[in-house]
Design a protein around this ligand. Structure first.
Ligand SMILES: [Mn+2]
Length: 441
């Protein structure tokens, strides 16, 4: 369990670091304290069925309180953080276990049997409240609930990961690499999407609600549906390809990994290989000072070049990017910040005011436009796909002769290709957590 030891070793420094960051942010925004609420369970309409609980990521930044609804943390300058740890006497549901000392020793822990215990936190009108639990809106003035400038400041702070956070994401990558390997084996054995998904979860002992996002498990043309959510129990008659976009979590931190496979040798298999090589090179370009938008645009040129090389499009790469043709095949962004949230915060803002850093024109789905800094963790996930509605639109409104439709028809049953790794920006060479995790298996 060396990973576990590394993570916990870095935790004390993590707490000291984020205490300092919170103190600076509170002072800058004129607050004396922050009360961070985990959130509450929500039931579906006209029912007592509860949605899976997702803890407020601002609380997870402090401690791995993954299933701890109605807990709350009071943060004050110069004071140990005070945790109201909700542990009800309950016989309908299993209450949370006692706090684990590796993290709880860094807090003043108040055990609470009452979900509203945080109301006795001794706060005043200079306390900011962070969370979306309905009880906050009941008790807190709107101006003190999620003050936008304070939230923006904290979001920006969260983009620079501490060593503890990077160790957590590395552990999440290690788990996902095990599960991806099990899933690929399932694909080769001829399992259905549904069965491959089960194989993935079982291999690392996670249930769906513990995954950072809904696994995308796609055979054939399903891989051209970018967030494909069905898990077909039927196998297609002929299997061409497999795309899996799936992660894991460690102490609330996510990994987000995609791999593509061909069922047999041929053009599609060759394209996967070329994409994989291109993606690896892109990952090495992830250095401090790089404007991520530049890398995104560079990727369009690269993908257009591959499409041209494989005789799928006719114009040269530059022309295909300028005309928007490359976006027909590659309509999403190159990647996004990764952390406590799969699509982690502050990828598009410059400052506490929330000033947007614009996306390049014609690239509406890019989630990261910042200049990279050491400590950033992000994904690199180029892809291209044969997406029927986008191809149809181009045929109807663009230059139809720019696409070799015979090739599209031949390759469309394979759906698409995406290769995605999780990369840490450092002061030197980038750290590819995903490739390292696969290599260590
Ligand atoms: Mn991703």
């Amino acid at each position: 369990m060396s990973e576990r030891r590394t993570i916990t070793e870095g935790y004390a420094a993590h707490i000291a670091e984020i205490q300092g960051r919170w103190e600076a942010a509170l002072e800058a925004e004129g607050f004396e304290a922050a009360l961070i609420h985990a959130g509450s369970m929500q039931t579906s309409f006209l029912d007592d069925y509860e949605y899976p609980f997702r803890c407020n990521p601002h609380l997870l930044w402090w401690a791995p309180l993954l299933r701890h609804h109605d807990s709350a943390l009071l943060v004050r300058p110069g004071r140990r953080p005070k945790l109201f740890y909700y542990q009800p006497d309950d016989y309908w549901y299993l209450p949370p276990e006692d706090p684990d000392s590796w993290w709880a020793d860094h807090f003043d822990v108040v055990m609470a049997n009452d979900p509203d215990a945080w109301l006795q936190a001794g706060t005043n009108e200079r306390t900011a409240y962070i969370g979306d639990a309905p009880c906050l809106a009941e008790h807190v003035a709107e101006t003190r609930l999620n003050p936008q400038r304070l939230v923006n400041r904290i979001h920006l702070e969260r983009t620079r990961k501490t060593p503890y956070e990077i160790a957590c994401i590395a552990e999440a990558a290690r788990l996902a690499a095990i599960a991806h390997t099990a899933a690929a084996q399932g694909f080769r054995e001829g399992l259905s999407e549904y069965e491959i998904h089960q194989r993935y979860c079982m291999s690392i002992g996670l249930v769906d609600a513990e995954l950072p996002y809904n696994n995308i498990v796609a055979l054939n043309e399903h891989s051209s549906v970018l967030h494909y959510q069905a898990r077909d129990q039927q196998l297609p008659g002929k299997i061409h390809s497999f795309l899996i976009d799936a992660g894991a979590t460690a102490h609330g931190y996510a990994s987000d990994i995609t791999r593509s496979y061909a069922a047999q040798p041929g053009d599609f298999a060759d394209m996967i290989e070329v994409m994989d090589e291109m993606q690896k090179l892109l990952c090495t370009a992830v250095v401090a000072g790089l404007d991520y938008r530049e890398l995104h645009l560079h990727t369009h040129l690269q993908i257009a070049g591959i499409l041209k090389d494989f005789d799928i499009i006719r114009p040269a790469a530059e022309e295909a990017v300028a005309s928007g043709l490359s976006s027909v095949f590659y309509p999403h962004g190159l990647g996004h910040f990764l952390g406590l949230q799969t699509h982690d915060v502050a990828g598009l803002i410059a400052d506490a005011d929330g000033t947007m850093i614009p996306r390049p024109e014609g690239h509406p789905f890019l989630r990261l436009t910042r200049v990279l800094e050491a400590g950033n963790v992000l994904t690199i996930e180029p892809g291209f796909y044969f997406i029927e509605p986008l191809l149809r639109k181009w045929r109807e409104t663009g230059d139809a002769s720019a696409i070799n439709w015979d090739r599209v028809e031949a390759l469309a049953p394979s759906g698409g290709i995406r290769v995605e790794d999780n990369v840490v920006v450092t002061d030197g060479e980038p750290l590819n957590l995903t490739r390292e995790a696969f290599a260590a298996l």
